[in-house]
Design a protein around this ligand. Structure first.
Ligand SMILES: *Cc1c(COP(=O)(O)O)cnc(C)c1O
Length: 459
């Protein structure tokens, strides 16, 4: 055995972290920060809601590894489905060829999706699903002779991924600003975030007011707009900003009235996270495009899908010479192993009362976080299903944030790690988005540790 392997085995975290930092370039990371104060943590194993590092320390995954994990790490049924599929057919190109896992997965997705979404286009990551929805919408209008439609309406604080098209319709300066010269120019509508309520306004009132703003925007821009893109119910990366289903219902009605598409990006909130299978379900609406990823494979493999209507699909049919087909492709579209993981995930939804169990966990979580409402440095405590969030603030009454340079959220993160919790605040927004296999006792422990982390962060 090479010396390095023995060494790694003996010294666990430190040795692996050093080797990692010699070559790996990590996502969403200022690599210079990874020093003794902010260690890179090598994970060797996952067990249910827990991750285990190379020194045997355990971390409760309070954020489902970037919102992807639903039923736990190394979930045995999903793992077995992946292994079996990998030993049978690991991949075949998806143009001209097909396979039963993709056929069954499309059938299953259509079955669980909002009524009317009957076409499924597979891709790799969330961002590629967003690219596809944007391109399909644009191309639909192109094929219909509406070539003046070249723009998209997006929401303030939106996040739809990091590739150039997806980043274009995102509104987080931290990720977007430097690339602005490369990006499409969307028309940005105000966010329906209920924290923006004026005194005396309810979440529904905010939704109605923001719908009026959107109506004015569509009156001016519908002629040049392909679609409105939205993250239904929770704008996750933008700070876990939540809105009323009233906004979604009104948005659907406005898109119909002005004849523009509605793209629902449920990459983060799909698959039971908000209390219903899809967030759109709470407003009883069907978008023209539904983007799915993250939880689609139970968090086991990269895969995404765009669901759309036959109305959209039909606009791409014609003579080959007409050149109106959707020629977009990804090498690993419809990968059979990823399909098998997704089918195993959907089988769990079919076989177990997942949404019912989540409702009980949701109630437990809201009961446990309630006392944090009175914390002198916590503001905007909010929850939608199994997503709960709060903002650390310097002054509670005025909701004044801490100076960014103080990195309060990072302090909370470090406190969490030292105490066996993977909490990864978005700036100073601390949130919980645990896997559905979390137990009530683990919820209690998660919130207790987070409360201590908040105290440590605001000291
Ligand atoms: C994570 C996310 C994306 C991007 O997905 P990737 O797989 O990271 O490319 C897009 N939209 C939303 C709402 C997301 O949360």
């Amino acid at each position: 055995m090479p010396v390095s392997e023995v060494f790694d085995h003996v010294s666990g975290n430190v040795a692996l972290a050093a080797r990692d930092l010699a070559h790996n370039w990590h996502p969403c990371t200022q690599m210079r920060e990874h020093d003794a104060r902010l260690p890179m943590i090598p994970i060797v194993r996952g067990e249910g809601a827990w991750l285990v590092d190379a020194d045997g320390r355990r971390y409760l995954d309070c954020i489902s590894s970037w919102w992807s994990n639903l039923f736990g790490h190394a979930e045995p049924r999903i793992a077995a489905a992946i292994a079996a599929q990998a030993a049978t057919l690991n991949h075949v190109m998806f143009a001209g060829f097909t396979h039963e896992p993709a056929i069954r997965l499309a059938e299953e997705l259509v079955r669980v999706a909002p009524r009317g979404l009957e076409r499924v286009f597979f891709a790799g990551d969330g961002a590629s699903a967003v690219e596809i929805a944007l391109k399909m919408s644009f191309h639909y209008w192109h094929n219909r002779g509406r070539r003046e439609r070249t723009r998209f309406v997006s929401l303030a604080h939106a996040y739809h991924g990091e590739t150039l098209g997806a980043l274009s319709v995102s509104d987080l300066p931290l990720y977007r600003a430097v690339y602005a010269p490369l990006l499409l120019q969307p028309i940005v509508a105000p966010s329906p975030d209920w924290l923006d309520a004026e005194p005396g306004e309810s979440a529904e009132d905010v939704a109605v007011r923001r719908l009026q703003d959107l109506r004015a925007i569509l009156q001016r821009h519908a002629r040049e707009a392909c679609a409105v893109i939205v993250e239904p119910l929770v704008q996750c990366s933008g700070g876990m900003r939540m809105h009323s289903p009233v906004y979604l219902a009104g948005l659907r009605a406005l898109c119909d009235e002005f004849d523009v598409h509605l793209i629902a990006d449920e990459i983060a909130v799909g698959f039971g996270r908000t209390g219903t299978m899809f967030a759109c379900g709470q407003a009883n609406i069907t978008p023209d495009f539904l983007c799915l990823s993250k939880g689609l494979t139970g968090g086991a493999l990269a895969m995404s899908a765009v669901l759309t209507t036959n109305r959209v699909y039909d606009a791409f049919l014609g003579d080959y010479a007409a050149n109106n087909a959707f020629l977009h492709s990804h090498t690993f579209s419809g990968n059979p192993i990823a399909c098998a993981a997704a089918l195993a995930t959907l089988a769990i939804f079919r076989g177990e009362p997942v949404l019912e169990r989540n409702r009980a966990l949701t109630a437990r979580l809201s009961e446990r976080i309630a006392p944090l409402r009175d914390h002198p440095h916590v503001s905007g405590l909010r929850q939608t299903g199994l997503i709960a969030a709060m903002d650390l603030v310097a002054d509670k009454r005025s909701r004044m944030p801490y100076p960014g340079a103080e990195r309060r959220g990072l302090r909370a993160y470090l406190h969490g790690l030292q105490n066996g919790m993977l909490l990864r605040p978005l700036g100073d927004t601390l949130y919980f988005m645990p896997p559905y296999c979390i137990t009530p006792d683990e919820i209690d422990r998660m919130v207790e540790t987070a409360a201590e982390a908040i105290s440590a962060a605001v000291e």
